[in-house]
Each structure stands twice: as C-alpha cells, then as structure tokens.
Design a binder for this molecule. Sequence first.
Ligand SMILES: Cc1ncc(C[n+]2csc(CCOP(=O)(O)OP(=O)(O)O)c2C)c(N)n1
Length: 325
Amino acid sequence: MAQQAVDVSDKIKLELYRLLCKTRMTEERIIALYRQGQIAGGVYTSRGVEATTVGAAYALEAQDYLFPIHRDLGAHLAKGQSVLNIFLQYLGKGNSLTKGKESGLHASDTSLNIIGNISHLGAMIPVAVGAGLGKAMQGEKVVALNFIGEGGSNIGDFHEGLNFAAVQNAPFVLVIENNQYAYSTPYHTGNRCEKLSDRAIGYGISGYQIDGTDVLAVYSVVKEAIERARNGGGPTLIECISMRMIGHSAHDDASYVDKDLLKSWQQKDPIANLEKKLLKANLVTKKQIDKIIKDLEKEIEDAVHEALAGPPPNPQLAYGGIYAE
Ligand SMILES: Cc1ncc(C[n+]2csc(CCOP(=O)(O)OP(=O)(O)O)c2C)c(N)n1
C-alpha cells in the first residue's frame, strides 16, 4: 500500500469531513425520495465508498476534468456541484442539468468541468484520456480524472485507454473503486489477480493500491498523481479498496452479500473513522461537528424543497442539447 504522498492541511481535513457527511446525508435523502416514488430512475448508492469519490475529486483543481461514473455522488459534490442541482437531476425536473432527459448521476456540467458518463461502463476512459491529451497539446496544464469499478476494469476500453494514455504520456489519472462487488459478482469471480493496481506495470505507468475508506490517504495519493500528470509525468492507476455497504442500487437488497463480511467492513466506515481522528487531534469539537451536521441538514432540506417545486420537463426541448450547435 502506498503511504500518504502529500501532506494534508488541517483546513482540508475538515473540508473533506464536511464533504463526506454531505455526500452521505444527500444520498440518504435521495433514497428516501426514491422510496416515496418521487424518482423514476435508478439510484446507485455510494455508502462505504464515499472516501474514494470525495478524496479523489477534491484533489482536482477547477480547470481539471472530472469524469465520474454511476456511483460517484461524492465526486460531483467535491468538484463543486450544488445539492440543488443533484436533487433537480434525480427528480427529472425541466430546469435540471439534463432538462429532465435523464434521472441520475450521468449528467455533465461543463461550468465545473464535470463530464457525465454514458452508461456503457469503461467507455469514458479513452474519452477522458483524449480530453487531457487535447489540453496538453494546446499547452494547457489540465488533468483528467476518471473512475472505474473493479468490474468495469475488465472491459476492453480500460486496456486500450490506459495503454494509449501511457504511450502518449497523457495527463490522466484512473481511480479504480474496488468495492468488492460488481452488482452481485464478487471480486474473485471476475478477477484472478490479487491487485488491479499491478496492471499499471503492463502499461509502464505508476500504480498504487490504497485504502479507499481513508479519505486522507486517497486525497493525498491522488493529489500527488494529479500534480505529476500536470507536470508531464504521465498517467497513474490508483486502486482504492473499499466495500459497497448497501445494494448496487436502491432497488437491490444485496441479499447475496454475506452479513458477517458487511459487519467487518463496518469497522472501516470512512466518516466515523475520520471523525475519531479529528476529535483525537483536537481539530474539531463534538459541538462543531453537530453544527456541521445541522447546517448540512438545512442546506439539503432547502434544496429538496426547491427542487420538488421545480418545473416538469418541457417536451419542446426533447431534442435540444443532444448535438453541438
Ligand atoms: C458494458 C456494460 N455492461 C454492463 C452494464 C450494467 N452495469 C452497470 S453497473 C454494473 C456493475 C459494475 O460493477 P463495477 O464496475 O465493479 O462498479 P460498481 O457498480 O461496483 O461501482 C453493471 C454490470 C453497463 N452499464 N455497461
């Protein structure tokens, strides 16, 4: 396992904590709306994986590209997306990022350099490599960060994209969210290798396997990879180990996952563990934590209220925004 590569300031530690809480609380509210029948599409949950999505995306600068996948609510929020836009999107409102054409986290927001994924897993890897490379060819120091699951890591695009990134020395970072299950398929059913990060050797690039439940480790290692890529050091593959703590999506009860396995991973809850660390280091008090949670509750409830009142999609716009002008 790689050690923390970049020092994390106290201010960033607190912000990462706030973002982890924001992600979990927003997701819980989305699941409640789904159960109330307010959300028509799928809700792909990130409980247990938040430290990977938040830590990696927060390491990006504003000019960098984020290519998230279906489970990466924390990445959207860490790149600066508002909870209001997230709720509008899930509720399929006419004033959402996709104007109601899609309900879920596949949306782009070019104002934040977030490029939405198409549903086909792995397909965005070559696109993300191209985005970073294109900017480098224009002389700009922009890095593209993309996520992929451990299941999606076995798709052809993964190999083609990483090899192309390697030979072109593209400013590209690929984060594998190894959350143990690809829907109902356990890791060793789909992979014979022990470490997916070892695949980096085959492409001649740097590869790390890290604790994906430790947001400080994720932020630190990804930050170092991003800055290396920005300065001409080429791509990095980072495998983050975690556990998907609930179903593949809100419609899946994950009855195929061993309950004792889940119980053991409960010890590695990203939020509880960071909270303990921050309290122990006197970086925060219990009272300040209560205030963070209370403020988030208000922000989320205000956003839900506003989003529910949003307009329905406009049928006149059904074919708009599909092709570039
Ligand atoms: C090419 C392709 N095959 C199948 C699917 C359906 N699908 C969506 S998510 C998923 C599981 C992916 O598992 P993994 O890559 O490990 O990511 P995770 O969902 O665990 O985060 C599947 C099979 C898809 N979207 N694209």
